[in-house]
Design a protein around this ligand. Structure first.
Ligand SMILES: Nc1ncnc2c1ncn2[C@@H]1O[C@H](COP(=O)(O)OP(=O)(O)O)[C@@H](O)[C@H]1O
Ligand SMILES: [Mg+2]
Length: 619
């Protein structure tokens, strides 16, 4: 038996991780700690994984202090970051346990013997660069020492039996449009940023005047604690506002933190280098190429865009999942159960640097633009494409990137087609925003669409859609002279082109707008014209809709629809049957009925006719 007692002072973490090296206040993470403390009772091996700087070590340290009373021989902390030689690991652990070593001894065997009847937790921090050696040691300890628990942090899981992997999320973010200080103070990222700035500028505080800048900084950095700390060190040099408006993730990569940081955490770049070093050549190649995407990508997109003679398609899925495993790429389940991938902004900037440094990829941007065009034109064909706009909403940033590339490279034809399909997408998204009652974002979509379409000589069909959307927005914004002018323009155009569906909608909206300001006498002519036109065209449903529209003046307005419900209602309003809606959205008729029932319940409506009337009024 080794001569040294483990954990001779009970209930202490030895040596206390972080406490000496990092006296800064621990922030937030209450929910995470509760979940982890519970998990710790059900497993002997817990690994906290996540990208560098997300706060794994800090959180694990916190966890270890809150659970140390559960171990009669205490919790033992070993920082593996300085260790890159697998041969030294056991020795490092033995040193922490203060076990003298004799020449010629089998160190792992000694460790096992020592821990065999101990009730202790080993906290092995920063395992990623010695991952396979640590995996072996841990597996052996867990197998042979029944009361030993292991807590590990790593950018990737150890991958051994019994390991419970827990992904550490970034700090919680404030809402984009946060306006009240209470909303901001509910965000861990904001609390962290403010606390770090205050360490340098003691009288700094969060105010209504600087709130927008703080929100922008926190969101731009994706709530990554290390990034927030490094950026906070800049505040004394640049005003907060300058910092917020100039914060580009590429520049932030090189910003240095204060003294006393471990080398890998000196800048975000050195932090990412630490992960990059561990990648295989094909994974590095893929990482760089993925920087071409903006706002995420799907596996199919990566397979189409990131392959060439140097990278064949059959390996992309594996390499991509490796990058996810190593926490360089985030994977997220989206609505329909498929997976969407993405970078933190700073990682994307880093990937772009690596791509550049390795000579770039001449065909990459062209492949990206061609892929995005193909996808967009398939998803949103000119005929009835609007119904599928939500499927393409995630690709808006990618389309913008492709458009920029086409403009720079003078790819006129490609650019024209991209502009048209992007315009179509923007107008559909603008219309959905309008239905949700989100006028500012409807207006922003419309403005961007108009700008894109202007550059490609305003294709008539999309101009009609744009003029129409502008009128609907105007009708909801009021009935002042400016709004009426815009509505009149739409009515003129729609009458001239005999565009009945749009004309009916514009007239109904105009009627509603007047109704809303109590101008009944002016309301009726608009409704009457709409009803007559609809009757003349034999559109019974439309007639009923218009007439019922007059009845619906007050419906709850603070209830919102899900994206799917919104789609179903829009199609219903266009006059599609349940079956047609189901086909259109690739869902079952029963699901369509359920969505409609939900919507009717939410708004206290009793029939579909009422629903259509209500939706047309856009309560
Ligand atoms: N909850 C937190 N409260 C205060 N500081 C934190 C918190 N989480 C992380 N940090 C700080 O952010 C930086 C990165 O955290 P760290 O735990 O080292 O990340 P990781 O281990 O994931 O690379 C460190 O300086 C750490 O002190
Ligand atoms: Mg760490």
């Amino acid at each position: 038996m080794p001569e040294c007692e483990v954990g001779h002072t009970q209930n202490t973490v030895f040596p206390h991780p972080g406490a000496a090296a990092d006296p800064s206040r621990f922030i937030g993470r209450e929910d995470e700690l509760t979940a982890l403390q519970r998990l710790q009772t059900t497993t002997r091996h817990l690994t906290l994984v996540g990208p560098g700087g997300v706060g794994k070590s800090r959180l694990a340290a916190r966890l270890s202090t809150t659970v140390q009373h559960r171990f009669s021989h205490g919790v033992w902390f070993v920082d593996l970051a300085p260790r890159s030689d697998p041969a030294e690991l056991v020795e490092a652990i033995l040193n922490v346990l203060e076990i003298p070593q004799r020449p010629g001894q089998d160190l792992l065997q000694s460790l096992v013997e020592l821990l065999r009847d101990r009730h202790a937790m080993l906290f092995l921090d920063n395992c990623e660069q010695v991952i396979s050696a640590i995996a072996e040691i841990t597996a052996r300890l867990l197998r042979t020492c029944p009361d030993v628990h292991v807590l590990t942090t790593s950018r990737e899981p150890l991958g051994i039996e019994g390991e419970v992997v827990w992904r550490v999320p970034p700090l919680s973010l404030p809402p984009v449009d946060a306006v009240e200080l209470a909303q901001l103070e509910a965000s861990e990222a904001v609390l962290m940023f403010v606390a770090r700035v205050r360490e340098r500028i003691p009288d700094f505080s969060l105010t209504l005047a600087n709130a927008a800048d703080v929100v922008r900084i926190c969101r731009n950095l994706g709530g990554l604690p290390l990034a927030l700390e490094l950026v906070a060190t800049r505040v004394h040099r640049l005003s907060l506002h300058r910092l917020a408006t100039r914060l580009d993730p590429g520049a932030a990569l090189g910003w240095r933190g204060g003294r006393g940081r471990p080398p890998r955490q000196r800048t975000l770049r050195t932090n990412l280098d630490w992960s990059y070093r561990l990648l295989s050549a094909p994974e590095r190649l893929l990482l760089g190429r993925l920087a071409v995407f903006s706002g995420g990508w799907t596996l199919a997109a990566a397979e189409a865009v990131c392959t060439d003679d140097d990278a064949t398609v059959q390996y992309i899925a594996d390499d991509l999942s490796q990058l996810v495993t190593r926490s360089l790429v985030q994977a997220e389940q989206v609505g329909d159960g498929s997976v969407r991938y993405g970078f933190l902004d700073t990682t994307r900037a880093y990937a772009a640097e690596q791509l550049e440094a390795t000579g770039g990829d001449a065909g990459l941007r062209a492949r990206h633009a061609a892929y995005m065009l193909g996808l967009a034109e398939r998803t949103l064909p000119a005929e009835n494409g609007a119904a599928h706009a939500s499927l393409l909403a995630d690709e808006l940033d990618n389309l913008r990137v492709a458009l920029r590339w086409a403009a720079n490279e003078q790819q006129t034809e490609l650019g024209r087609r991209l502009a048209i399909v992007t315009g179509r997408l923007l107008l559909s998204l603008g219309t959905s925003a309008l239905w949700r009652g989100d006028l500012p974002s409807a207006q922003a979509r419309l403005d961007e669409a108009a700008e894109r379409l202007h550059r490609v000589d305003n294709p008539a069909e999309l101009v009609s859609a744009a003029v129409h959307l502008r009128a609907l927005i105007a009708a909801r914004s009021g009935t002042g002279p400016a709004a009426l002018r815009v509505i009149d323009q739409a009515l003129d155009r729609e009458r001239r082109l005999a565009d009945l569906p749009r004309l009916l909608e514009t007239l109904t909206e105009l009627g509603n707008a007047r109704l809303n300001v109590g101008r009944m006498d002016e309301t009726l002519p608009a409704f009457r014209e709409a009803a007559e036109l609809a009757a003349a065209a034999g559109e019974r449903l439309s007639v009923i809709r218009v007439l019922e529209g007059v009845d619906y003046t007050a419906r709850p307005r603070n209830v919102s629809l899900t994206r799917r419900e919104d789609e179903v209602v829009q199609l219903l309003v266009r006059g599609l049957s349940t079956k047609q809606i189901a086909d259109q959205l690739s869902i079952s008729p029963a699901t369509v009925r359920t969505h409609l029932d939900h919507v009717m319940a939410k708004f206290d409506l009793h029939s579909r006719v009422q629903l259509v009337a209500w939706a047309t009024r856009g309560a």
